[in-house]
Design a protein around this ligand. Structure first.
Ligand SMILES: C[S@@+](CC[C@H](N)C(=O)[O-])C[C@H]1O[C@@H](n2cnc3c(N)ncnc32)[C@H](O)[C@@H]1O
Length: 261
């Protein structure tokens, strides 16, 4: 059942995405860069039907959480590099990836692997935030906080890249060789349709949200306290924190791609 939705969520692209997902029989679904399996939970609520879910991630840290949270017998979580999957060609009826493209060192290689393991006629689904377009000041803050996190991860040797522009994403997807590609943009994610706190997200300047983002910036900065770039990063973080206080922060807009092999 849908939560009590704020008007701009009700009018956003998320509704169209949910409708599209509701037309898809997922069959055996592969989620790439699954982390804690959050997108699998969304697909369980939105796909017309499905047979099984497999979530893969290069890091095992969050997979245990995914296994604990999604105890459904039809799910399986495996630690695996998406650039060299051990699955067979044409193994899955649906392949998807959510908020992960900007974490992949070689996006083209991962997309080609996703295509390889997808059955002919199967659905290829991407959900990813983007960096350009008409984002509100609070969304621009969210993007820039994420980009500070990218800088800090990169200094620590963790692959993480700035969020992509819409054109860059279209170029990447065009190279995959999919047919019947449909693209949706939304200022809200489809997950928000099921969130009991969605109404509060209309107010990016609410104090609990500001406190959370300020803490997130401080925690991030703490990770590089001993690094030679610390003072420079602290300056950037301090000016970001001022923007968080004046504008608040709300999740960046999202792009969805649906295509078939
Ligand atoms: C932002 S998280 C994904 C979030 C999740 N899919 C969701 O929708 O909430 C990105 C994930 O990509 C994973 N990742 C990065 N490179 C990878 C690779 N080569 N193969 C598999 N997973 C990878 C990271 O470990 C991380 O858990």
């Amino acid at each position: 059942m849908l939560a009590d939705l704020p008007d701009d969520l009700r009018e956003s692209g998320a509704i169209k995405v949910r409708k599209k997902l509701g037309t898809i029989s997922g069959g055996d679904v592969l989620d790439v860069g699954t982390e804690d399996g959050d997108f699998i939970k969304v697909l369980m609520k939105t796909l017309k039907d499905y047979n099984s879910f497999t979530g893969i991630d290069i890091s095992g840290d969050e997979l245990e959480k995914a296994r604990e949270e999604i105890k459904d017998v039809t799910t399986n979580f495996i630690q695996m590099n998406a650039e060299a999957m051990t699955f067979q060609e044409n193994q899955f009826d649906t392949v998807c990836s959510s908020y992960s493209l900007h974490h992949f060192e070689n996006i083209d290689t991962v997309l080609a692997e996703m295509y390889r393991v997808l059955k002919p006629g199967g659905y290829f689904i991407i959900q990813e935030m983007y960096s350009d377009g008409e984002q509100t000041p609070a969304q621009q803050v969210d993007r820039d906080v994420a980009h500070l996190n990218v800088k800090i991860d990169s200094l620590l040797g963790i692959p993480h890249f700035k969020s992509l522009t819409r054109q860059k994403m279209k170029d990447l997807i065009n190279k995959v060789g999919l047919s019947d590609v449909e693209v949706f943009e939304s200022s809200w994610s489809v997950k928000c349709l099921f969130c009991k706190d969605a109404k509060e997200c209309q107010y990016p300047k609410r104090s609990d949200n500001i406190d959370l983002v300020l803490k997130q910036i401080d925690d991030d900065l703490d990770r590089v306290r001993e690094h030679s770039s610390y003072n420079e990063l602290k300056k950037e973080a301090d000016s970001l924190k001022e923007r968080v206080i004046t504008e608040g922060s709300s999740a960046a807009s999202v792009m969805y791609f649906f295509g078939r092999k």
